[in-house]
Design a protein around this ligand. Structure first.
Ligand code: NAG
Ligand code: NAG
Ligand code: NAG
Length: 458
């Protein structure tokens, strides 16, 4: 005897419910494995060869997410012992050797099997920029020495290079906006959308020898030398950036001292930014060796001077102001100092104090603090209204702020110029299919229940 029509429909519906329920279950399992299983981790190494010291950073990210914004995190920060590589002019090989300790720490952290595929970079900033200007053959020798040393390591060393000030600023801007996840946002449907312009944050970077300001202004950028277009995830960003050489903290302190030496009767220098009671000696030769000190050197450089602190904030600020040329920008709203074009600051800013050593001497605290205040308020022209937008941070999301992460992201093409077409598509389609099959399952079950209840049995 055959099945009645009612039984046939009931069986078909229950069969459909079972099949589609099973499919839903499988989809949920697939998605769960994607989420729960640890993805392959990749690593990258960047040396930041600054003017006063070198740091090494190891970054890590899940291999399958490398094109997303904000997924790279810092796995290690190591401070190289000794001075910056630009100090090794008399023995360049030592510049390479000095990197050994931190490199070994990095290699110990990264699984051996991955050494070969781990990219490593060295970028040098204002300290080497100054040395290149002063004696380019010495700078070349140092680059050759660190390149030779790093080439011997088991990782994929991609070279040592001198960063232009503009790139340093732009890369610092990329770093902070990447870490904060500001560069791109995805909508629920898996599409990417441009984050509101005002969300992007500006970057202020205070190094030992130079300082950078980088932000997206409210209007057009009228001086092409200060404009950079960055194409990231399919979106163009027109960014203002300028690097002031010799306005980094250490060089500012040198220039400040040199100015005071010029205006004091030798052999005693009275320093208004040093606390009263401070007394020390100063070697003239080392002061005038700085390429940022332009005032004419006295004839007898072998002499030592005595420096005495007077602890006079007003005189200190006045001496610091003398390091800026404000006159050249007087009466111009779109000018910072030293005649440099700058549109009005806009949006939130992150200030990167990139030297972890900070002030090596107590005597320099006051000058450094007042200098940064003068630079921000009178130089970059932050006002009472815009001051609260400045965020003083060394880190964001566990990652040191600076140019290094942006540099690695750029050189490994981890921030694609175009938005990847497949973005999140895989995960997205699994979710859609999951929802469809869940609905199908429910419809089939409801159908079966309806048949059971409302279709009279023969
Ligand atoms: C990231 O994007 C690049 C270029 O668009 C592509 O070649 C690469 O396969 C992508 N990687 C992943 C994990 O999606
Ligand atoms: C640069 O340094 C080299 C080696 O230290 C020296 O021989 C040369 O004279 C220097 N050149 C200049 C222009 O100072
Ligand atoms: C990014 O890298 C490319 C080379 O791959 C280089 O031409 C460009 O100047 C870099 N961008 C920045 C801001 O340094």
């Amino acid at each position: 005897m055959g099945l009645t029509r009612r039984e046939q429909v009931l069986r078909a519906l229950l069969g459909a419910a079972a099949a589609s329920g099973l499919t839903t279950l499988i989809l949920i399992l697939v998605e769960a494995t994607n989420v729960l299983l640890p993805a392959d981790i990749k690593f990258g190494i960047v040396f930041d060869a600054g003017s006063s010291h070198t740091s090494l950073f190891v970054y890590q990210w899940p291999a399958d997410k490398e094109n997303d914004t904000g997924v790279v995190s810092q796995a290690l920060a190591c401070q190289v012992k000794g001075p910056g590589i630009s100090s090794y002019t008399s023995d360049p090989a030592q510049a390479g050797e000095s990197l050994k300790g931190c490199l070994e720490e990095a290699l110990a952290l990264i699984p051996k099997a991955q050494h070969q595929e781990t990219p490593m970079f060295l970028g040098a900033t204002a300290g080497m920029r100054l040395l290149s200007q002063k004696n380019s053959s010495q700078a070349r020798d140092i680059f050759a020495a660190v390149t030779q040393f790093l080439s011997q390591s088991p990782v994929d060393f991609r070279g040592a290079e001198l960063l232009a000030g503009q790139d340093e600023g732009a890369l610092g801007w990329i770093t902070i906006n990447y870490v904060l996840g500001m560069l791109v946002q995805y909508s629920f449907s898996g599409e990417w959308i441009r984050p509101p312009e005002g969300m992007l944050v500006g970057a202020l970077d205070m190094g030992g020898a130079s300082t950078q300001i980088t932000f997206v202004p409210g209007g057009p950028i009228l001086d092409g030398n200060t404009q950079t277009t960055l194409r990231l995830y399919g979106l163009d960003h027109s960014v203002y950036t300028h690097s002031y050489l010799c306005f980094g903290r250490d060089q500012m302190l040198n220039r400040l001292l040199a100015g005071l030496v010029q205006s004091s009767p030798a052999p005693l220098v009275r320093h208004p930014c040093y606390h009263s009671g401070y007394q020390g000696t100063l070697s003239l030769a080392s002061l005038y060796a700085s390429p940022c000190v332009h005032t004419t050197a006295p004839l007898n450089l072998t002499r030592n001077l005595t420096v005495e602190g007077t602890g006079n904030p007003r005189a200190c600020v006045s001496a610091i102001r003398d390091l800026f040329d404000f006159l050249s920008c007087e009466g111009r709203a779109d000018c910072a100092f030293n005649g440099v074009y700058q549109p009005p600051v806009r949006g939130q800013f992150y200030v990167e104090a990139s030297s972890p050593g900070q002030d090596r001497w107590l005597r320099d605290y006051c000058a450094s603090g007042l200098y940064i205040l003068t630079l921000l308020l009178e130089g970059y022209r932050f006002s009472e209204d815009t001051w609260p937008n400045i965020e003083f941070r060394k880190q964001a999301g566990g990652t040191d702020i600076g140019w290094t992460l942006g540099y690695m992201l750029n050189l490994t093409n981890m921030i694609p110029a175009e938005a990847p077409a497949q973005w999140r598509a895989e995960s997205y389609s699994i979710w859609v299919a999951g929802v469809v099959f869940t609905v199908l399952t429910l419809v089939a079950i409801l159908g079966a229940a309806a048949v059971q209840l409302f279709w009279p049995q023969d």
